[in-house]
Design a protein around this ligand. Structure first.
Ligand code: ATP
Ligand code: MG
Length: 239
């Protein structure tokens, strides 16, 4: 579903990702772990088309279509979704306005206000988020954990085909982690793909990834089954 082929990425003329090749078939959940600064977020942001990053060599293919040079909105329409490591706040735009605009830009037929509000309320209740958040400006004054829950709310409302989650499990209390991971499990049906960047093997308590990749200095240096995450937690990256 998502294929990265010999991907090299630079930012400000510095090469950060140095030849990553990776395939995530439909129905699979892949995890990426790696030391701070190894290039995980760079990879995630580039897959979504962040303008700060340049692909100098290699390709990104999504559902057999080359999207290496596509605009972020084209990627979103094709079904890609990114939950950012540091979600920005947007003054003057409420969660409800933002999500309805994003939904209608990526789906046909569009929802009416009433239809959309019904779906939004359903999902917000599922994620045990207080309904008052609907009217709040995106991420303005939100706690770290609240921001992460709102990312999963976006995932469940927008129903993309492929989700990239960049440390969505970081900074969550134990109960919030369960709610968020239940959301991810609900999302991960056989026709969809998931790519999870994390620092914690505790994720394995909630779902079993098909593969764990270790990224180091801009490369994938090892790929193995779910047990690799536990090994890393025990022994660290050096070994
Ligand atoms: N725009 C940029 N200009 C210069 N250097 C950058 C830029 N963006 C990222 N980098 C550098 O690239 C490296 C990889 O950063 P990245 O955010 O991808 O790491 P990461 O693996 O996600 O780390 P973490 O686990 O801490 O989130 C870092 O050394 C970072 O400083
Ligand atoms: Mg990162």
């Amino acid at each position: 579903m998502l294929s990265l082929n010999n991907l090299h990425i630079t930012a400000d003329n510095k090469e950060i990702v140095k030849g990553v090749t990776l395939n995530v078939p439909a129905g699979e959940v892949h995890v990426i772990m790696g030391p701070n600064g190894s290039g995980k977020s760079t990879l995630a942001n580039t897959i979504m088309g962040h303008p700060k990053y340049t692909v100098t060599t290699g390709t990104i293919t999504f559902n057999n279509k080359d999207i290496t040079q596509a605009r972020p909105d084209e990627r979103a329409r094709a079904g890609l979704f990114l939950s950012m490591q540091y979600p920005p706040s947007i003054a003057g735009v409420t969660i409800s306005q933002f999500l309805r605009a994003a939904y209608n830009a990526t789906h046909t037929p569009a929802f009416s206000v009433m239809e959309f509000n019904k779906v939004l309320r359903e999902k917000i209740d599922e994620l045990e988020i207080d309904r008052s958040f609907i009217k709040r400006n995106i991420n303005e004054g939100f706690s770290g954990g609240e921001k992460k829950r709102i990312e999963i709310l976006q995932l469940l409302v927008l129903e993309p085909r492929f989700a990239i989650l960049d440390e969505t499990d970081s900074g969550l209390d134990v109960d919030a982690l369960k709610v968020v991971m239940d959301g991810v499990k609900q999302f991960a049906t056989p026709k969809r793909g998931v790519f999870i960047i994390t620092h914690y093997a505790r994720l394995l308590e909630f779902l079993k990834p098909n593969a764990v990749h270790i990224m180091r200095e801009g490369n994938i240096v090892r790929t193995d089954g779910a047990e690799l995450a536990l090994e890393i937690e025990k022994k660290g990256f050096e070994k």
